[in-house]
Design a protein around this ligand. Structure first.
Ligand SMILES: [Zn+2]
Length: 59
């Protein structure tokens, strides 16, 4: 079963996902904090883009 992340609208797996209905901890924190941007994300944490999975790193 898939649900759409309420923050970024990305489809994410429901089963076995501890962060549901969010796709990631970042979205969960965003939603809970009501933040519109990632600028206030936990200091020191690297803010990554949604499409991080398939970035070609050939060089
Ligand atoms: Zn999300």
């Amino acid at each position: 079963m898939k649900v759409k992340c309420p923050v970024c609208k990305k489809e994410t797996e429901w089963q076995g996902n501890p962060l549901r209905p969010f796709c990631s901890e970042r979205c969960k924190i965003k939603d809970l904090g009501g933040w519109a941007s990632g600028e206030h994300f936990i200091k020191g944490e690297k803010v990554e883009e949604e499409d991080e999975e398939k970035k070609p790193t050939l060089h």
